[in-house]
Ligand binder design. Structure first.
Ligand SMILES: NC(=O)C1=CN([C@@H]2O[C@H](COP(=O)(O)OP(=O)(O)OC[C@H]3O[C@@H](n4cnc5c(N)ncnc54)[C@H](OP(=O)(O)O)[C@@H]3O)[C@@H](O)[C@H]2O)C=CC1
Ligand SMILES: CC(C)(CO)C(=O)C(=O)O
Length: 335
């Protein structure tokens, strides 16, 4: 990464992909976006658009499908966990021998045990990579772990809005400190994405997973926003109990979670009437990101001989609700 202008690939042009793509283009990098359907047409015709704290931006980008885009210096994979394997397959042409691959996906990633050095080193997380496709398709020695502390929404194909500060944690998945992670962190920060490079990227990862796990599924069961999930006298004890289950699991893997339970609940309640991404997906009839946010955490707990009974039950309720809503939509003739 000596050329100041990098070839940066964005695979998955939703809320996060569009936000990152615009920021990179504004930073002077050559952005190529892997998209499909109407999103591909819109980006080809109009480029990418972002409304953020700095204003409204329009950025040029090359857009294409699986066979159109060449090797990149860095490839960001920006999709929901359940879509990642298909996206990784479509992105193969963008990955060359030197490409760094940065998945920006919530939840426990498939690479969790790669280079982790513990007693489960190299083990697959079945919930997120059931048939080993991700491990086979993506070069483990060039994965940079990432955790996105960003809020972004997709307003239209190729158009996103992100009004909170853009923060990212990245790090080598092997705990090593390397120049390539530092250089990537500097590129991101120069593009307006405030990036921390950590030798322990699994720590912020657990912090984020715990925030998602304690709020996203409960929001689907109840329809509640963060204010009530963490602050309402009926719901907050449920969130607290799920938090305790998750903290125990994180601690069993030696994770240092940034927030204590009381602060996390207070911070969550203080975020106000925010609908979680899972509730938004549920309301749109989209598949939910349960594999990486719930199932993978439960799988990790069970590997350590722990159980997460409440989390498991809440995840089952969400699955039931999501399946029955899909059934109703089918009966009503919706697509
Ligand atoms: N949005 C947010 O505020 C945050 C999101 N995250 C996490 O980041 C990840 C991405 O989220 P987000 O950007 O919101 O998700 P979106 O659903 O907005 O975007 C995902 C994009 O990936 C595209 N995609 C999926 N599969 C393929 C494929 N095979 N080929 C081409 N394109 C594909 C989708 O295309 P199509 O539209 O055609 O289906 C969609 O545009 C998730 O794990 C999310 O939880 C993390 C922090 C904050
Ligand atoms: C807002 C927050 C932190 C809630 O878990 C989130 O990341 C989401 O909605 O997916």
């Amino acid at each position: 990464m000596t050329d100041p202008s990098l070839r940066i690939g964005i695979a998955g042009a939703g809320a996060i992909g569009t936000t990152l793509g615009v920021r990179f283009a504004l930073g002077g990098h050559r952005v190529s976006v892997l998209a499909r359907g109407g999103t591909l047409d819109a980006i080809r015709d109009h480029g990418l658009r972002l409304v953020d704290r700095q204003g409204e931006h329009h950025a040029p980008a090359t857009a294409g499908g699986p066979d159109d885009l060449g090797e990149q210096d860095v490839l960001f994979l920006c999709a929901k966990a359940q879509d990642l394997a298909a996206l990784a397959r479509s992105s193969q042409g963008m990955i060359g021998p030197g490409t760094l691959v940065v998945p920006v996906v919530n939840g426990i990633p498939w690479w969790y045990f790669e280079g982790e050095g513990g007693r489960h080193d190299g083990r697959t997380v079945r919930a997120v990579d059931p048939d080993g496709s991700l491990k086979a398709l993506l070069p483990m020695d060039r994965i940079i772990g990432s955790v996105a502390f960003i809020t972004a929404e997709r307003l239209a194909p190729g158009v996103a809005r992100s009004l909170n500060p853009l923060r990212l944690s990245i790090g080598e998945i092997t705990h090593r400190h390397t120049g390539r992670a530092d250089r990537l962190g500097a590129v991101l920060t120069a593009c307006g994405i405030d990036t921390t490079v950590s030798d322990r990227v699994r720590d912020p990862l657990w912090t984020k997973v715990i925030a998602n796990l304690t709020s996203n599924p409960l929001s689907v069961v109840t329809g509640a926003t963060l204010r009530d999930i963490y602050g309402d006298p009926s719901l907050a004890p449920i969130a607290r109990q799920m938090l305790d289950e998750a903290l125990l699991t994180a601690a069993s893997f030696g994770a240092r979670v940034a927030l204590d339970p009381v602060s996390l609940l207070a911070m969550g309640a203080g975020m106000g009437d925010v609908k979680t991404s899972m509730l938004q997906d549920f309301e749109k009839g989209l598949p939910l990101e349960l594999s990486s946010i719930c199932d993978a955490v439960i799988e990790l707990a069970e590997m350590q001989g722990l159980s997460m009974p409440l989390t498991k039950n809440i995840a089952s309720l969400v699955r039931y609700k999501s399946a029955s809503a899909a059934g109703c939509r089918k009966e009503e003739g919706a697509p």
